[in-house]
Write a protein that binds this ligand. Structure first.
Ligand SMILES: Cc1cc2nc3c(=O)[nH]c(=O)nc-3n(C[C@H](O)[C@H](O)[C@H](O)COP(=O)(O)OP(=O)(O)OC[C@H]3O[C@@H](n4cnc5c(N)ncnc54)[C@H](O)[C@@H]3O)c2cc1C
Length: 484
């Protein structure tokens, strides 16, 4: 009997560019396995929208494996217990998986390594989810970076990411010893109400869906990426984030595909560079969370520990439901609820609004995004929320407070985005669309809008909210100076 390796799929739900799967296939038979270990993930277990994605992604992986003669074994529970039982039943002598970078994944890997090694099992993890392992990028003093630009320069100086591996051919798949769980029984899909109805027309979770989206991005969108990526009504960004999060597409594959496109068409060099630097922010977030795990629940800038967060529940709910009275904020929050996604520019606007205009703790926003985004990603989400709140690494200074009206006018000048998601304002002329409360009564009447009835009055006045936020920040600074 040849050696048997359990290949544990994690955030790498694909068959291409998977170093651990190659190594497992070289050893002999391979039993593919996915464990839903919600207790290990704790507060970072998949939220509602991620569960929808996970269901479909696992279904796609099951199908791909079945086409190749393999059966994906699904189990739910404590990873170490399940692996121990499986090893006993199958005689497997190795467990391979892709490594994770978040605190809970690292803790779980440590536990698995300890327990399985004690049993004499070859337990190995492989880097497959980042371009550069976080231990390999350090400044001249050997310290992790805290600022993006030098971090990304160091990444660009480091060796080119390796070429992606093809899918391993002719894997000797082993049959599971028992049928395992039925995916339907995990009840990952929403029911009563099914708030994700129609999402299948927006997204195609799985490796094939990721490849199709990448091909479309390269063929139709990359050209306009640098100039169009900040305009939410233009479909200029890739929307690859959920595919990257679930590992249906490896960052190395993406990196080399974008570079190859730019080599073929020199006009694509600039947008390709811009795109790769955005992928760099994903690397940076993983790097930060890896080296500074306290980011999970503490501000990166320690002075913010005493920031007087407040905010009222009704206002927070108005934000969640897209009823703040600020059209670009409401459009973003409704896009999120209806599609599981929000454009990056609008994410920045709504996060600034929640933390600065409504003085609500950034963790409230992080939790809402965690539950509602299909691309909810612990590193990206935590770091971006702290960045937007002004307390993160390399954050925009706190005193720079986005004006939602000016942001709307600048990045949605013709109002296509707002009209799509806030249809009750559709008939307002462009010049009043982003601040309907300033429109003359006759204009509102002609557009069929009664403020307070069809669309809310603003929950806060921008200027007053700005002054209050700056006052809170000033108090914090004075306190910090007095403490020095
Ligand atoms: C408050 C807030 C919360 C966020 N939460 C998440 C999250 O949970 N998950 C997530 O993947 N991204 C998050 N982002 C980052 C960013 O908004 C999304 O990655 C991006 O909008 C995804 O769309 P795209 O794939 O079309 O991006 P593209 O512009 O096509 O970028 C390509 C890829 O680069 C990465 N990327 C791009 N911008 C960023 C960024 N600013 N930070 C980190 N990675 C980036 C993503 O993996 C993205 O798929 C957040 C941003 C903000 C301001």
């Amino acid at each position: 009997m040849t050696a048997l390796t359990l290949y544990l799929f994690r955030h790498d739900l694909r068959l291409r560019d998977l170093p651990g799967l190659h190594k497992a296939a070289e050893r002999g038979r391979v039993l593919p396995l996915y464990i839903l270990d919600e207790a290990a993930a704790g507060d970072f277990a998949p939220g509602g929208a991620s569960r929808w994605w996970l269901h479909h992604s696992l279904r796609a992986l099951q199908t791909s494996l079945a086409d190749r003669g393999g059966t994906l074994l699904l189990r739910r529970g404590a990873s170490a217990d399940i692996l121990r039982q499986l090893i006993e039943r199958t005689g497997a002598d190795a467990v391979y998986f892709s490594r994770g970078y978040t605190p809970w994944e690292r803790a779980l890997e440590g536990e698995l390594h300890r327990e399985l090694t004690e049993l004499g099992i070859d337990c190995r993890r492989f880097g497959s989810s980042l371009l550069h392992e976080p231990e390999h990028i350090a400044n001249q003093s050997g310290e992790p970076y805290k600022v993006f630009t030098p971090f990304w320069r160091a990444c660009r100086r480091a060796s080119e990411p390796a070429m992606p591996l093809p899918e391993p051919d002719a894997v000797n798949w082993a049959e599971p010893p028992s049928p395992g769980d039925d995916l339907e029984d995990w009840q990952l899909l929403p029911d009563k109400p099914n708030w994700a109805a129609g999402w299948e027309t927006l997204w195609t979770p799985g490796e094939d869906g990721a490849s199709e989206r990448l091909a479309r991005f390269l063929g139709e969108r990359l050209e306009d990426y640098a100039s169009g990526r900040d305009f939410p009504a233009q479909e200029s960004t890739s929307r690859l984030s959920p595919h990257l999060h679930f590992g249906e597409l490896s960052p190395r594959t993406l990196w080399h595909a974008v570079r190859a496109a730019a080599e073929q068409h020199p006009g694509l060099h600039k947008p390709a560079d811009k795109f790769l630097s955005e992928l760099g922010w994903r690397e940076f977030s993983a790097h930060l969370l890896f080296h500074f795990p306290a980011l999970v629940d503490s501000p990166f800038r320690p002075d913010f520990r005493h920031f007087p967060w407040g905010g009222s529940k009704p206002r927070r709910e108005a934000w969640q439901q897209g009823r703040t009275g600020y059209p670009v904020v409401d459009a973003g929050m409704r896009e999120l609820w209806q599609t599981g996604y929000m454009h990056n520019r609008v994410r920045m606007i709504v996060a600034s609004f929640l933390t600065k205009h409504l003085l609500t703790h950034w963790q409230r926003g992080e939790r809402w995004f965690h539950d509602t985004l299909v691309d909810a990603d612990m590193g990206n989400n935590l770091c971006s929320w702290q960045w937007a709140a002004g307390c993160g690494a390399d954050a925009a200074p706190y005193f720079r407070i986005f004006n939602p009206v000016l942001q709307g006018k600048k990045f949605d000048p013709e109002g296509h985005y707002v009209r799509r998601w806030v249809p009750e304002l559709a008939a307002l002329p462009d010049r009043h669309l982003h601040a309907p409360w300033e429109a003359p009564a006759s204009v509102l009447q002609e557009a069929g809008v009664t403020l307070g009835e069809d669309y809310p009055e603003p929950v806060v006045d921008h200027r007053e909210a700005r002054e209050t936020a700056l006052g809170a920040w000033q108090t914090l600074r004075e306190r910090a100076q007095n403490a020095d």
